[in-house]
Design a protein around this ligand. Structure first.
Ligand code: CMX
Length: 439
């Protein structure tokens, strides 16, 4: 499928010309002042990364190459008119910046299918881990172990000219994305289905095949996973999984290492792990209240109790968003359309009414609204994917689409090794007060 690579490069090369001009002619232009508050709050709002694939607006939510989620659900190719967009189309959009047609999407599906073979040693690495190793531990170990396949690493060792790095990175990225469903499904079947594995079906699309290999072959699950894979894919460049992938890639570590770094970040409870924490917390709540259908009053009391214990309410809040996450809304619409009267979904819907005013009243929480993780687990659970310790792996498979499309772009730009400055605490104190600090 060289035409996709060529189409990508022919488009991307225009951006490189702009990048080079910016660097050469406008390097001294001041674009922002950084406050001490921003440094102390995790560099929030500091414009410091180039990410072309998506942009997050605090009030509007994510746009992928300029398109909102509702727009994508309408415009991207689907398996059938009633279905959800195919992640292949979303990846094409992220990479090239244009909405693909059906043929582009079919070609990409076939391309990934031909690249999807996973070497035996990767399964051996997974199998060497104890069953109580978290699915994200197994997933990251599998990804690192696949670096044996890196064509970039080999090309670098053989002394390839740096202007061609992107070409090898592209192939690593396509190979890696193609193999992820097989690896994820292998971990799922190993942990939750006694190691009875299911072979891939090369006729299926990328997300459909994942559902198939997990043993959830219904059209409903395939439809859900297609939506899931599209909406979790990218959230501009500063979130932990995207930033970690990009940072490690800037050292010219191969895409397997770079993406594994991103996945280790995704495995944090303040980031992707929240999708399983939400379900864990709701089940804890139901058990503690002795009901599967808690009232809104009971939910409110439990939310307050959780906060009093110094814990976070998982699935709520965001570092950038200041409104309900459109990824949450897309999933709620999906549930409203297809699901009637499920106690877990009802509880998630009721929490949406109960939690924001409580968090808002605390005063210090910037965003009391739900994020993507507040809904995703309940949908998976409804359709029979009940093993919630696995949910972050699904997030990771999807996140590959965005962060790896960006990684190819990073190498086309030829972005340098990333190296912000750090200072001792006393330097900041002196900057702020003119007095020397003690630390
Ligand atoms: N429950 C309780 N307290 C919360 C909260 C929540 N859902 N969200 C924020 N807060 C607290 C913070 O812990 C912080 O407390 P301290 O001042 O005591 O440290 C304070 O409110 C201010 O935080 P903030 O500026 O509003 O939010 P941050 O940018 O620091 O953190 C996030 C953002 C997502 C980590 C936070 O909202 C959170 O912990 N949410 C719950 C976990 C979660 O759902 N994570 C998933 C995010 C989406 C994703 O990446 O997948």
């Amino acid at each position: 499928m060289e035409y996709i690579k060529n189409r990508f490069y022919n488009k991307a090369i225009n951006c490189v010309a702009e990048y080079n001009k910016l660097k050469k002619d406008h390097g001294d232009k001041v674009i922002a002042n950084v406050t001490i508050g921003q440094v102390l709050s995790g560099m929030k709002g500091v414009p410091s990364l180039i990410t072309d694939t998506s942009k997050l607006d605090a009030n509007e939510g994510i746009r992928f190459r300029g398109y909102s989620i509702p727009e994508l659900r309408e415009k991207l190719p689907r398996m059938n008119p009633q279905g959800e967009p195919l992640p292949e189309g979303l990846f094409y959009l992220l990479l090239i910046g244009e909405i693909p047609d059906d043929e582009d999407v079919n070609n990409l599906s076939k391309d990934w299918s031909t690249r999807s073979h996973v070497p035996q040693h990767v399964f051996d690495v997974i199998d060497a881990l104890p069953l109580n190793a978290r699915p994200m531990t197994q997933f990251s170990a599998a990804i690192i172990s696949m670096a044996t396949e890196s064509v970039f690493q080999k090309a670098y060792r053989s002394g390839v000219n740096k202007k061609y790095y992107w070409d090898f990175i592209y192939d690593d990225v396509m190979n890696l994305i193609a193999k992820l469903p097989r690896i994820a499904a292998y971990i799922y079947r190993r942990n939750f289905h006694k190691g009875h594995h299911i072979e891939p079906n090369p006729q299926l699309d990328w997300a459909g095949n994942l559902a198939h290999m997990m043993g959830h072959d219904s059209e409903e699950v395939k439809r859900l996973l297609r939506l899931y894979m599209v909406i979790h894919s990218d959230h501009e460049g500063g979130n932990v999984s995207a930033h970690a992938t990009h940072l490690v890639g800037s050292a010219l570590s191969n895409p397997y290492y770079s993406f594994a770094a991103g996945m280790l970040g995704l495995a944090g409870p303040l980031h992707g792990y929240a999708n399983q924490d939400v379900i864990f917390w709701i089940f804890e709540l139901m058990e503690s209240l002795g009901t599967q259908e808690p009232s809104k009053e009971q939910l409110a009391d439990y939310v307050k109790k959780t906060l009093e214990e110094g814990r976070v309410i998982p699935g709520y809040g965001h570092a950038v968003l200041r409104k309900t996450d459109p990824r949450f809304t897309a999933q709620m619409e999906f549930a409203n359309k297809y699901i009637k009267n499920d106690p877990l979904i009802n509880t998630v819907n009721n929490l949406y009414e109960v939690v924001p005013p409580i968090l808002g009243n605390i005063g210090k929480i910037q965003n009391p609204w739900p994020n993507v993780d507040a809904y995703s687990g309940a949908l998976l659970y409804h359709y029979g994917i009940k093993e919630y310790t696995f949910y972050t792996v699904l997030f990771g498979v999807s996140r590959a689409l965005g962060v790896l499309a960006s990684l190819v772009m990073d190498r086309v730009y030829g972005l340098p090794i990333e190296r912000p400055s750090s200072y001792e605490m006393k330097w900041f104190v002196e900057k702020a007060t003119g007095e020397k600090g003690n630390c």
